[in-house]
Design a protein around this ligand. Structure first.
Ligand SMILES: [Zn+2]
Length: 289
């Protein structure tokens, strides 16, 4: 009997550690994927097999989704909120999950401060698409609020700002890219907050489009600034093919300011002080680029 107890304890302990590590490694919520079903994939009103069907995606269609629940992804479908079964999605995002590299000082190729005159800020989600949800926070509210704080600070510095949305309006990814590309801006910064099916997942990460050294530099400087002095985890910078990153013609980055699904991150994300600090950090990052 005396020997059995520690064995059982060790098994439970390792089970906990393994499930913790597993939950960390697939923590990334915003994902790119491709429909891998033979026929069209139903888009439903709710994350349930019995929910109303509001439309469908075609085989091989690419889609951006938020992993909201076991086996379900939340998408915006023709201006409506919808859900797809992720059993029929090949995730492109999972490859880089947990693969973030910490920012370094490889700022080669950066045009340097003083060249930046015009920025496009892209507050993620909006309207029917709340984005990530958790702890009574809505991603779409955080992203617009932080973007408007960044806008005010940049304008004080004499830098022009274009917002892809300035109200709680449903805005497609294509509309965002069009606004950015027609603006003639120097940089594009998309602002998001994260979510995960694991409550443990927390921290700040920044994405950039593969193949662009300028975008990597921008992501690097933003990530360094935003994580500086903040009590959370630095998840590093990550390559991604997110639509707004691969279709905008100027250097671009997408910041994930923390997880609304994590208690500690959520209590940061709801405060004025964190939002102001994040906004100042984004401004400093832009000026240092
Ligand atoms: Zn988002």
């Amino acid at each position: 009997m005396t020997k059995k107890f520690p064995n059982l304890f060790m098994i439970l302990f390792f089970t906990f550690i393994v499930s913790f590590i597993t939950s960390m490694s697939d923590a990334k919520a915003h994902q790119m994927g491709e429909v891998n079903s033979q026929s069209s994939l139903n888009v439903r009103e709710n994350p349930s097999e019995t929910a109303n069907i509001i439309g469908s995606l075609e085989p091989n269609e690419r889609v951006e989704y938020i992993a909201v629940d076991d086996g379900w992804g939340q998408i915006t479908y023709k201006g409506q909120l919808g859900y797809i079964s992720t059993d029929f999605i090949t995730s492109e995002g999972s490859e880089s999950a947990g693969n973030g590299s910490n920012p370094s000082n490889d700022m080669e190729g950066s045009p340097g401060a003083g060249h930046i005159q015009h920025i496009v800020l892209d507050p993620g989600h909006g309207g029917v698409d709340p984005g990530a949800l958790g702890h009574n926070l809505q991603e779409k509210e955080i992203t617009l609020d932080v973007a408007q704080r960044v806008e005010a600070q940049l304008k004080n510095e004499g830098i022009d700002v274009t917002l892809t949305r300035s109200t709680d309006a449903t805005t497609s990814l294509a509309e965002r890219a069009t606004v950015a590309n027609q603006s003639g801006a120097d940089l594009f910064v998309s602002i998001h907050a994260n979510a995960s099916t694991s409550n443990f997942a927390r921290g700040i990460e920044t994405y950039y489009s593969s193949g662009s050294q300028e975008s990597r530099n921008l992501a690097n400087t933003l990530q360094m600034q935003i994580t500086d002095g903040v009590e959370t985890i630095d998840r590093g910078i990550i390559e991604s093919n997110f639509y707004v990153l691969r279709t905008t013609t100027m250097p671009s980055a997408l910041v994930e300011l923390g997880f609304v699904t994590n208690g500690q991150d959520a209590s940061l994300l709801r405060t004025d002080s964190f939002r102001n600090q994040a906004a100042s950090s984004i401004v400093t990052g832009i000026k240092n680029y």
